[in-house]
Design a protein. Structure first.
Ligand SMILES: C[S@@+](CC[C@H](N)C(=O)[O-])C[C@H]1O[C@@H](n2cnc3c(N)ncnc32)[C@H](O)[C@@H]1O
Length: 359
């Protein structure tokens, strides 16, 4: 084996989550990350040794990494076969991580969407027992109530064992283990499945900035049929929504909503209007959609967030996806939009969500 150059950072073990939608490109993603041999854990997680964990958060491969965690404790085992798994695991977590005083403990299943709920219950029971051992920590704190920059004890458990580590939610790219927050998409509770994307995006944004005040005014581009509009209105926000297609009738007459059935390209806000946030989920070419966002940013207050779905129609190769991201971000940077974060949300398909801030 060739020894690394003197002074190289140490090799450490990390857990990364590559969303299932990118599974066909896992080899390309791992190559871009510069990691060698990895151990797959379930359909989405990989145990990877690396000297450069920053590559999980910045750089060309980062948008494909939904969540990351340094593995400070691993117990490869088959939990149902281990006597007193919960008690033994909880005692070890307390001994290892108690002195580090994490702000909270969040444990989840390695396979979040598995129909078998065994590991979801196991993670929840293990969390309950571990919390009892950490004085002063309560299970009552909602995950999004954590301080984004303060270390948390995160862990995932599955048929491959228990993997845990301590890192801030912001560095891990999520408040929840795996980054996921489950949002109901059942018919009747939402107008379109896009509703879950903005719900998750708003939770995610708390990693980077405080929530908008009640009554904040959003400009929404490409709103039909209105799943996202509905979610914003439910949260007490005001929305000016635009689309060539109509909104769902359930939104008719909503007091916080103004709707224009028009092409975004011909829309000009009424004189004097200043929006406090912009949301764009327009389909079609991402750079064309971004052009409209850029044109309309002059009607936003400085510091306003822009939530932009970066769609990738026609990009059916990994290089095509990487290019679509690079070129769109280049356009945004040239127009003075500051990138706060770029991620793949659980409810995204083959698309990404960019979070910008208006200068
Ligand atoms: C993915 S859908 C939006 C779904 C929506 N966010 C929701 O929550 O239900 C994309 C929408 O963008 C609209 N769209 C695309 N280009 C547009 C344009 N230039 N002007 C107006 N609407 C546009 C389409 O009509 C379509 O309804």
């Amino acid at each position: 084996m060739i020894a690394p150059p003197e002074g190289s950072p140490p090799l450490t073990n990390w857990l990364i989550r590559i969303p299932e939608v990118f599974a066909p490109w896992t080899p390309e993603i791992l190559t871009l990350l510069g990691v060698g041999q990895t151990t797959p854990l379930g359909p989405e997680y990989h145990l990877v040794p690396t000297r450069d964990p920053e590559a999980f958060r910045t750089g060309a491969a980062a948008p494909f990494i939904g969540w990351n965690l340094p593995v400070h404790h691993s117990w490869p085992c088959h939990p149902p076969k281990m006597e007193n798994f919960i008690e033994k695991a909880a005692q070890t977590l307390w001994k290892k991580f108690g002195p580090l005083s994490p702000q909270g403990i969040y444990l989840g299943p390695l396979q979040a969407g598995a129909p078998d709920r065994y590991y979801k219950s196991l993670a929840s029971n293990l969390r309950g027992r571990t919390l009892q051992l950490f004085p002063g920590l309560s299970g009552a704190l909602p995950a999004e109530g954590q301080q984004p920059e303060v270390p948390t004890l995160f862990g995932v458990v599955g048929k491959e064992g228990l993997f845990a580590g301590i890192q801030s939610p912001r560095a891990s790219n999520g408040f929840h283990p795996g980054g996921t927050k489950f949002i109901s998409q059942s018919a009747g509770s939402t107008i379109s499945r896009a509703g879950a994307k903005i719900a998750e995006a708003l939770h995610y944004l708390l990693l980077h900035r405080p929530p908008l005040p009640a009554g904040a005014h959003w400009l929404e581009l490409g709103a039909s049929p209105g799943g996202m509009t509905w979610e914003l209105l439910q949260r007490g926000q005001r929305v000016t929504a635009l689309d060539r297609a109509p909104l769902d009738q359930r939104l008719d007459g909503h007091p916080g909503l103004t709707f224009s059935k028009a092409d975004v390209a011909v829309f000009t806000p009424p004189p004097g209007t200043r929006y406090e946030a912009l949301l764009c989920d327009m389909n079609g070419d991402a750079r064309q959609a971004l052009r409209q966002v850029i044109r309309l940013t002059k009607y936003l207050q400085p510091g306003s967030p822009v939530v932009f779905t970066l769609k990738t129609p026609g990009s059916d190769t990994f290089a095509g996806l990487v290019d679509a991201i690079r070129l769109t971000l280049q356009d945004a940077a040239r127009a003075g939009l500051k990138l706060t974060a770029l991620t793949h949300l659980t409810y995204n398909r083959q698309e990404f969500t960019c979070f910008f801030e208006v200068a």
